[in-house]
Design a protein around this ligand. Structure first.
Ligand SMILES: Cc1cc2nc3c(=O)[nH]c(=O)nc-3n(C[C@H](O)[C@H](O)[C@H](O)COP(=O)(O)OP(=O)(O)OC[C@H]3O[C@@H](n4cnc5c(N)ncnc54)[C@H](O)[C@@H]3O)c2cc1C
Length: 291
């Protein structure tokens, strides 16, 4: 690893000012789970590392009645997995986190780093998008709020500007009669990144079993997480049956761009998408009817 300057700002404003000052030569460092690997492999050689770990305003999980669940960028996978508040508001996140990586990565890797890396083989973004989540971003000169979906641009590329820090994930309260399920499939028997990850969220019309809003989000089958909008449309306005769920799965399997690699061929991954969308839709529907 090449030598680098190590900077430790105490506030987001200070961190953004440093990013602006150092430009392309600097990198934000959170848990380091992703960054350290790239630096050790010589794929990234920043002249300065800006460690944000001591910034208190980026920590913690809280619930605000109007905004929803607010997850600080520095919250680790493990904190999300074990938080009683998250379990109460969005148990799907705790369930998903149990399968993320391994305990070592979950102890250091942060939610902000997971999203800001733009890594395509991850889990959280699919769930956040299905929940209509947003991210708060602070730059040297402005603040912005954007849907999580718009953060992702390409493989390992996000819409964050050089001087910007992702500060918080905002998950709005779920409308009544909503259910969500996330299923990840890993083609390896050892702990591994997912090969396919599917989140389905369904919200029913008040007092009926008819689907009013559907979100189908596919992960690891393209450069970025993708909303399968035709699959969503195919379920909207219907009472879900196994046949409609299967049709939604077929439609979704054509709305992604998986690549053939060590985790499976393109056709194999499309078949997995089809099956997972069907299963997740039926489960989400069951959950929506319970509430
Ligand atoms: C072995 C292994 C297995 C894994 N398996 C999974 C898995 O199963 N599922 C899954 O979802 N993920 C998985 N991951 C990815 C892991 O979740 C992320 O690497 C981790 O969360 C990154 O967080 P970090 O804090 O360590 O980020 P860092 O490594 O510190 O940073 C990652 C990138 O994001 C930038 N960054 C970090 N925080 C911010 C911020 N707040 N604002 C702006 N930019 C920022 C950094 O500059 C860097 O470019 C795995 C990773 C490893 C190494």
């Amino acid at each position: 690893m090449k030598n680098f300057d190590y900077l430790e700002p105490k506030t987001v404003a200070e961190a953004c000012a440093l990013l602006k000052q150092h430009g392309n030569d600097a990198k934000v460092y959170a848990g380091g789970a992703h960054l350290t690997i790239l630096m050790k492999q010589g794929l990234l050689e920043p002249k300065s590392l800006i460690n944000i770990k001591k910034i208190a305003e980026l920590k913690g999980i809280r619930f605000d009645a109007s905004e929803g669940l607010l997850i600080g960028a520095l919250v680790t996978h493990r904190e999300l997995e074990t938080s009683a508040l998250v379990k109460e508001k969005f148990p799907v996140l705790c369930e998903a986190e149990r399968e993320v990586a391994n305990i070592r990565v979950r102890n250091v890797g942060t939610v902000g780093g997971n999203l800001a890396s733009g890594e395509p083989l991850t889990d959280l973004s699919q769930i956040f998008i299905a929940l209509d989540g947003e991210v708060k971003i602070t730059g040297a000169t402005m603040l912005r709020l954007m849907p999580v979906e718009e953060l992702f641009v390409d493989f390992y590329t996000t819409s964050l500007a050089e001087d910007e820090i992702l500060t918080q994930v905002v998950l709005p309260p779920l409308p009544p009669h909503s259910g969500i399920d996330y299923i990840r499939f890993s083609s390896s028997s050892v702990v591994d990144k997912p090969s396919v990850g599917v989140a389905v969220r369904l919200t029913l019309d008040n007092g009926t079993d008819t689907i009013q809003t559907a979100r189908v989000v596919l992960g690891c089958v393209g450069a970025t997480p993708v909303r399968a909008r035709d699959a969503e449309a195919s379920m909207t306005g219907k009472k879900l049956t196994p046949q409609f769920a299967e049709e939604a799965g077929s439609v979704a399997s054509q709305e992604c761009s998986p690549t053939s690699d060590l985790r499976g061929s393109e056709n194999y991954k499309r078949a997995i998408v089809k099956t997972l969308v069907k299963r997740a839709a039926l489960k989400a529907y069951e959950r929506a009817k319970e509430i």
